[in-house]
Design a protein around this ligand. Sequence first.
Ligand SMILES: [Fe+2]
Ligand SMILES: [Fe+2]
Length: 346
Amino acid sequence: MLIGKASPDDMNLHPIRYQWAYDLYNQAVRNTWFPHEIALKEDLDDWEKMTEDERHAVKFLMAFFNPAELIVNRSIALGIYPYLKSPEAHLYLAKQMWEEANHCVAFEYVLQTFPFDRENIFQLHLSVPSMAAKEEYINKYMRRMTEETLNIETMDGKKDFLRNLVATNIVMEGIWFYSGFMVALSFRQRNQLRNFGSMINWVLRDESLHLKFGMNLVHNILEENQELLTEDFAAEIRDIIIEGVNLETQYNKDLFPQGILGLNADYVNQYVQYVADRRLEELGLPKFYNATNPAKWMSTATDVYELVNFFEAQNTSYEVDGHSASVKKEEYKEPTAPAIPAGVGE
Ligand SMILES: [Fe+2]
Ligand SMILES: [Fe+2]
């Protein structure tokens, strides 16, 4: 079983029961990257030419993402990892936690490099209601996971686990982050912030695996605990996703109080609805919004495997693996910000 109280038997990697979790761990290790390998100097030149509304959007994104990476780690450490028995799932989550730390430091690097009022940016996630509401949503589902009365062996405990997993993994990582990535990458679409865009690509590559792991976790837990497969619970999971979309819709209005060239809150929110439909379908639920993808440049792919495959094809010289890491690292050159490929974004 994936969830439950861990016993001494669970402290042995072999025999591996959940091969997908072990495979994702190995892929994640090969995807390892470091923020300071990306030089941001050209992006600073772009910054000088950007409008106040464009700068606001970048600052607002950083204000959300920097703490968000830490919140995801907290949710994994307190709400997901302790309730899993599988050692291979634990291996993956340990790597994911390092990646979230790496993303936090990557955004910290951006915050240090650009001429930002950092104190002001660090305050925004507490003082802007639409941003604080997103954090409270995550904390609401997380809070139950830290209560001593939660018993993971019971139906109620398992439902609480899935509610928190859906809020953190499907909504925060699988919808909110994708919306933010789309906005960040849209600057590169206009030939601005191209190196920042490369950094976002690498974050996105990691996040696509996080989402894949979370989706597999949900599906395997439901398969092993079929008493959870009720219409009421399915409706509740759908409502948790809709609640997350509503919060993102409000947040995007503050991200674009006036809109910027080719990008405004309505455009981004249509993308949010499109991605939310994708997540519902990936969970085996019907679409809710029937929204078309307004940002076709983000993706024509239908699943995250294609995204991973794209990066394997494009970035192999940067891929680290056990046999050739040193050689490949030496070959690595600063990313040249290729055009956004089909396959990124979902
Ligand atoms: Fe992350
Ligand atoms: Fe993540």
